[in-house]
Design a protein around this ligand. Sequence first.
Ligand code: NAD
Ligand code: MG
Length: 396
Amino acid sequence: MTSRLRVCILGSTGSVGVSTLDVIARHPDRFEVFAITAMSRVDALAEQCRTWRPRYAALPDAARAAELRALLRRDGVPTDVLDGAGALAELAAHPDVDAVMASIVGAAGLAPTLAAARAGKRVLLANKEALVVGGSLFMQAVRDGGATLLPIDSEHSAIFQCLPEDRGAWARRIDHIVLTASGGPFRTRDPATFSSITPEQAIAHPNWVMGRKISVDSATMMNKALEVIEGRWLFDLAPEQVRVVIHPQSTIHSMVVCRDHSVLAQLGTPDMRVPIAYGLSFPERIESGASRLDFATLGSLTFEPPDHARYPGLALAWETLRGPDGSTTVLNAANEEAVAAFLAGTIRFDQIHSVNERTLERVALRPGAADTIDALLDLDATARRHAQSHVKDLEP
Ligand code: NAD
Ligand code: MG
């Protein structure tokens, strides 16, 4: 028997984390759950430890980690529990880890994902915010560390699946890429009523079941903006080589338009287990658990251009990519704060965009602002302070 791939899952209790465990459960001969981490759901993490008996589990917060240790001791589970700010990065770079699933939500995923890249792991990147914040620094770490970066975001996995294994051939082949977007839950809702959208309405995505933050981002289409930035870095493209089309059925997951104008697309049911399985097994293909696409009942696939008045945040992707270094970091930080404020009931849905725009206007970007991880984290913190103060100004 060949040795099993030892996997560290950052954010194992989340939507992508749980789907990753579901795929792994189908292939006990191929994968070993080596380490799992979470932020707050101690009970869920304890249950995963009982089922998977990983060598390590980690929580950033010491008190929660102590709670987990007590639960595991009581149940005789031999998992070692780590805590503290550096624990996640330590596990991601652990010498016995082969692959890291980066499925933390938000900029909090940057440090451990960067550690995995520097340590030369197979990095399965779901955490798009890490790349939006880290940009060229992150891609440089992948190269320096000799890591294998595999996209898990369904659109970028689709593009990756349409490209040859030889990355050196990509630039010669790609004219541009087209990311598909469902348009979210408010594609046909009258924009005049956007101010009364509730968090419950915003997180009810028509095609995908996901965490709360990405669901709100899908409703504003900031998710697609982040994905445009992600696509620019993953495939080393100019901003104008990344385009977006609305495709409400979410059947085509994205497309590559080649130099000769031939278009390659990847299709499937909307199920994250497909890109996750591909990331885990690349370059092979394994059972994912996703249902098959049924062409007999599929009906029509439709496309429409994005309406920028309905989704004003989308254009910020190209604006920030063309702006000074650090612009995408500021956009991401503002958006995380704005979405948190909307979910907390502090600001309205239509105010998310105002917070993002005003933060971008106010944060000054000096040369070098994106050159090191410390500079990026500083910039992230500064942008969050600005965004929070705009949120305060908007409070009723
Ligand atoms: P989620 O909210 O369901 O899960 C997030 C996970 O990260 C949880 O395990 C949580 O404990 C952990 N976490 C949150 N904050 C943390 C922090 N500060 N430090 C450490 N851990 C923390 O999110 P999700 O929907 O699974 O999304 C995860 C990432 O994958 C996001 O970046 C998202 O954009 C991306 N993604 C998700 C989907 C999807 O279908 N859910 C699809 C494509 C991309
Ligand atoms: Mg996506």
